[in-house]
Design a protein around this ligand. Sequence first.
Ligand code: DGY
Length: 321
Amino acid sequence: MSKYKIFVTRKIHDSGLKMLKDQGYLVKVSPYDRVLSKKELIKNVAGVDAILSLLTDKIDDDILKAAGPNLKIVANYAVGFDNLDIEAAKKRAVVLTNTPDGSTESVADFAVILMLALDRQITEADKFVRAGKYNGWAPFLFAGECLDKKTLGIVGIGRIGSAVAVRAVGFGLKIVYCNMVRDEEFEKKYNAKFLSLADLLKVSDFVSLHVPLMPSTRHMIGSKEFKLMKKNAFLINTARGAVIDEKALVVALKKKQIAGAALDVYEFEPKLVSGLNKFHNVILTPHIASSTIETRKIMSEIAAKNIIAVLSGEVPPNLLK
Ligand code: DGY
C-alpha cells in the first residue's frame, strides 16, 4: 500500500509533525517561512491525502480540486476556520477540522492583557518613558480606572469567552454576556447577566469579542453599535477582524464615541484600515493572542490527531460540520 502523503503549508511545532511521521506518512512541510501563494499551494497539494493548513491559507474549491481525489482531510491549524470553504469541502467529501482546545487559555489571557493595557494606558506610558518625558511622579499621570465594579460585556461565551469570564471574576468585574443561546449555568457560575447585543453595548465598560467569523457575525460591530456604546467604553477584539466594521471603528474613534480599542486581528489582515494606527487610545498587536509555545505545541498535536483519525477511517475529534 502506498504511503499517505501530507502537505503542511508552513513550519509548525515539531510535536505534531513527529506524530504524523511516526505513522509512516510522507510529510512534506513548505520550506518557506511565509504564506504560500495560491499557485504554490496548488502545486504542492497535488495528489496529497491530507493538507495541514494555517489560517492564512485560503482553502477554496480550486485548492481542493488541485489536490485531487485522494484528499480526505484539511486539518486547519487554528480554532477559526473562516479560511476554509465548507461548501466546497462538502461537495468533494473532504473532512474539515480545527484546533479548538489548544488556544483557549492563551487567547483569554491575551484578551485580559489588552483590557488592562487599555485601561491603564500601558503602551502610551511605555512610549512616554522611553521618549525621556518622565520628569517625576505626578498624581494624575496616566490615571486609569479601577476595574472593580466595572462591567465587562463578553460577546460569545464559547470556550474562550468563558475563560475570559474566569479571569474577569478575579478582577471584581461585573459580567454581562450575549450569546446565541442563554446559558443559566454560566450565569450562576459568574453571576453574569444575559443581554441582547444592543443592551450589552449600552452598559459595558469593556466589550470583548469571542465569536467566530461567519456571515451572521461579519460587521457585528459597526456604526449603529458604536452609537450604543458608552463614551468611556473600550472594545477588545481577539476573534476575527471582520467581526468589526473597521472603517466604522475609525469614525467612532474620531467622533470619540468610545474611549479606545485593542485589536489583535484585522478586517483586511495583515493590512490596517486607513487611520487606525493614528490613535493613541488604540492598541494594535499582530494576531498573537494564541501565541504561546504551549498552545502552538497543542495545536500541532490536535491537527495531527485529526489527520491520523481520518486516515485511519475514524471520525476526527474536531470535525467541522
Ligand atoms: C486561531 O486559532 O484561530 C487563532 O486566531 C490563531 O491561532
